[in-house]
Design a protein. Structure first.
Length: 232
DNA sequence: GCGACAG
DNA sequence: ATCTTGTCGC
């Protein structure tokens, strides 16, 4: 393994796991990010199981207005294996990110950050690959345990693995299942929670994720015409 | 050996 | 992730 972070071609599960162990040591879990003016949401949808469609939507943090988006389609190379999600989705995401005119200051990814068996969920892996600050926003648990979460918007409970805090189980809205937040790269857990809440309005998912979901999935056209694109 | 298991 | 209608609750 020359560069332990590169995803080149198809890897066997064993190779992928070894790469994760090597790359995990490069993850930064303290705050090392610039002033955040724009936040992007990234998500991947699938067309007929064999084509991945990644969507990246950049929003202004102050009013959560979308300012730019990009979509990338790529043939699927790896199957979905719990713990190895990034190898399946990152190629398409990187492609979409490269299409942006201006890089966002922060990335909110669907899936875990360091709340992962080897501390390298898709958000952390994407952070290492791009060098960008990232946060993991999972809709369900991959690993770790936690106590009950108060049913009050903004409240959270630590997610831990062997008495190590790897994330937070956050109630983004009363009466709905909580979200699993964790540091991706260059963002601490407290800061991650703050930014996620800053992107939440009246729904369970932050606006970044809602926009990316909509565009990555089928009815993307409906969401696209709602964006006043400033691209040619 | 028997579960658990992001999207 | 994706397949899918109506329905319960604030």
């Amino acid at each position: 393994m020359e560069d332990p972070t590169v995803i080149s071609g198809d890897l066997s599960p064993k190779q992928a796991i070894q790469l994760q162990k090597d790359a995990a040591s490069q993850v930064i879990t303290y705050d090392d990010l610039p002033t955040v003016k724009t936040v992007a949401g990234v998500d991947v949808g699938f067309e007929n199981r064999d084509v991945a469609r990644a969507a990246v939507v950049v929003l202004r943090l102050d009013d959560l207005t979308p300012v730019e988006y990009a979509i990338a389609r790529q043939p699927v190379r790896m199957p979905y294996i719990p713990g190895l999600l990034s190898f399946r989705e990152c190629p398409a995401i990187l492609d979409a990110l490269n299409q942006l005119n201006r890089k966002p200051d922060l990335l909110l990814c669907d899936g875990q950050g360091i709340a992962h068996p080897r501390r390298l969920g898709v958000a952390s892996h994407l952070g290492i690959l791009t060098g960008m600050p990232t946060i993991g926003v999972g809709k369900s648990r991959l690993t770790g345990t936690h106590g009950p979460v108060p049913d009050i918007k903004g409240q959270w409970t630590p997610l831990e693995d062997d008495s190590e805090v790897i994330g937070a189980v956050l109630r983004t809205r009363q009466g709905v299942k909580p979200l699993y937040i964790s540091s991706g790269h260059r963002v601490s857990l407290p800061t991650a929670i703050e930014y996620v809440m800053a992107c939440v309005t009246r729904y369970r998912l932050p606006e970044t994720t809602r926009w990316a979901d909509g565009i990555a999935s089928d009815r993307g056209q409906n969401w696209l015409r709602a964006i006043k694109t400033d691209r040619s």
